[in-house]
Ligand binder design. Structure first.
Ligand code: ADE
Ligand code: ZN
Length: 385
């Protein structure tokens, strides 16, 4: 039964309570690929783009509403009789000239207004997973923003059931694994977040964790301390956007107050040496999104992106697409443009792919399976050289 396959989302939907001791399992093989036998120097630089595309990878930071392509927005608007403030696909695309996070969020929430029925959420989820599979994403942990929809009168079960069914069918039909992370909008109140959690709890087995997104500056992590504490008691995984535009203090808050297991973005950590040491010491993953940072003017030029420095400093950095329909590319485009701009090499590609699996919330067995596939792809490229 494919649903019950070991390591499948549908067999591990009930996460262990946070911090609960896991019984040692002698059959667990926490396989660590041995990078030392891979001859990275034997992989010619001109084959790097092909390798970046071919390597299996996990995507851990993408907002499903940010995968809505303008064509799908218009198709759904027509199907659902929703009036858009844009005359055409081209007109909408022309509006994608962002100056900061808020200028993007205004358009992103307007785009999501076409989503009304379970089938809409299903179609959006399938479209993303199909596209991600083409980039050799083997596992995706996907954010969704329920408040964007429930505020418009869409039912929580409509959102979650549509997305969950998309994840399940994509696993069966395309072999791509995925899981959902419910993200609270930080520009709304903690009370609203609590009500959202309450509404989602009957569907607790359909998402693996919670996140925190939307307008960062002025909405520090401390605002959500109590709702995150409740989610922690419930055994949900915890992640939070921090240090995208906000200061290092917001990353400290995400770690110490929210107990966030990963930091989404986190690029502002480089401004605080003690914070860098803390992130290295605890192996806290950063889910970095290079094209997002470029399009939202967090960096002026990809060549100036600090991802190589963060990686060099020993942080568990990963590469992700954030809102691929808005920022000019899916995850492979993020890898390709970043590597082209910064001159990063195949060993760094390897490290980023390893980190993507390390930072994911999958079982050790599932992680080991993908690490072996990753090693086989790299060995093939080194051998061909
Ligand atoms: N929601 C969607 N994309 C986001 C981002 N990059 N930062 C904060 N909230 C978001
Ligand atoms: Zn994001």
């Amino acid at each position: 039964d494919v649903y019950k396959r070991q390591g499948s989302l549908y067999a591990r939907a009930n996460a262990m309570p946070h911090g609960a001791p896991r019984a040692p399992d002698p059959t667990m093989t926490d396989f660590r690929p041995a990078a030392d036998h891979l001859r990275f120097d034997a992989i010619p630089a001109e084959r790097l783009p092909e390798l970046l595309r071919a390597m299996p990878k996990a995507e851990l930071h993408m907002h499903i509403e940010g995968s809505l392509e303008p064509e799908l927005i218009f198709a759904l608007a027509q199907r659902n009789c929703v009036k858009l403030p844009y005359a055409s696909v081209e007109d909408l695309r022309r509006a994608y000239a962002f100056t900061d996070l808020q200028s993007f969020l205004d358009i992103y929430y307007a785009g999501a207004s076409v989503l009304l029925y379970e089938q809409d959420f299903y179609d959006m989820g399938r479209a993303y997973l199909t596209r991600a599979a083409q980039d050799n994403v083997v596992h995706a942990e996907i954010f969704f923003d329920p408040q964007t929809h429930t505020q418009r009168g869409v039912g929580m079960e409509t959102v979650i059931n549509g997305l969950y069914r998309a994840c399940r069918d994509a696993e069966i039909e395309q072999g791509i694994s995925s899981a959902l992370i419910l993200s609270f909008l930080r520009h709304l109140s903690e009370e609203d977040a609590f009500a959202t959690l309450e509404a989602a709890l009957p569907l607790r087995d359909r998402f693996i964790g919670v996140g925190l997104d939307s307008s960062e500056v002025g909405n520090p992590p401390e605002k959500f301390a109590r709702v995150f504490a409740r989610c922690r008691e419930l055994g949900l995984h915890l992640v939070a956007h921090a240090g995208e535009e906000g200061p290092p203090a917001y990353i400290w808050g995400a770690l110490d107050v929210l107990h966030s297991e990963r930091i989404d973005h986190g690029v502002q950590a480089a401004r605080d040496e003690a914070l860098m040491q803390r992130l290295v010491r605890d192996g806290v993953p950063l889910t970095v999104c290079p094209l997002s940072n470029l399009k939202l003017c967090v960096v002026s030029d990809l060549a100036q992106h600090n991802l190589p420095q963060l990686l060099e400093a020993g942080l568990k950095v990963t590469v992700n697409s954030d809102d691929p329909a808005y920022f000019g590319g899916y995850v492979n485009e993020n890898y390709l443009q970043l590597f082209a701009a910064t001159g990063m090499n195949s060993q760094q590609a390897w490290q980023l792919a390893v980190n993507s699996f390390d930072a994911s919330f999958v079982t050790p067995q599932q992680r080991a399976h993908w690490m072996r596939q990753l090693e086989a792809v790299f060995a093939r490229y080194a051998a061909l050289a």
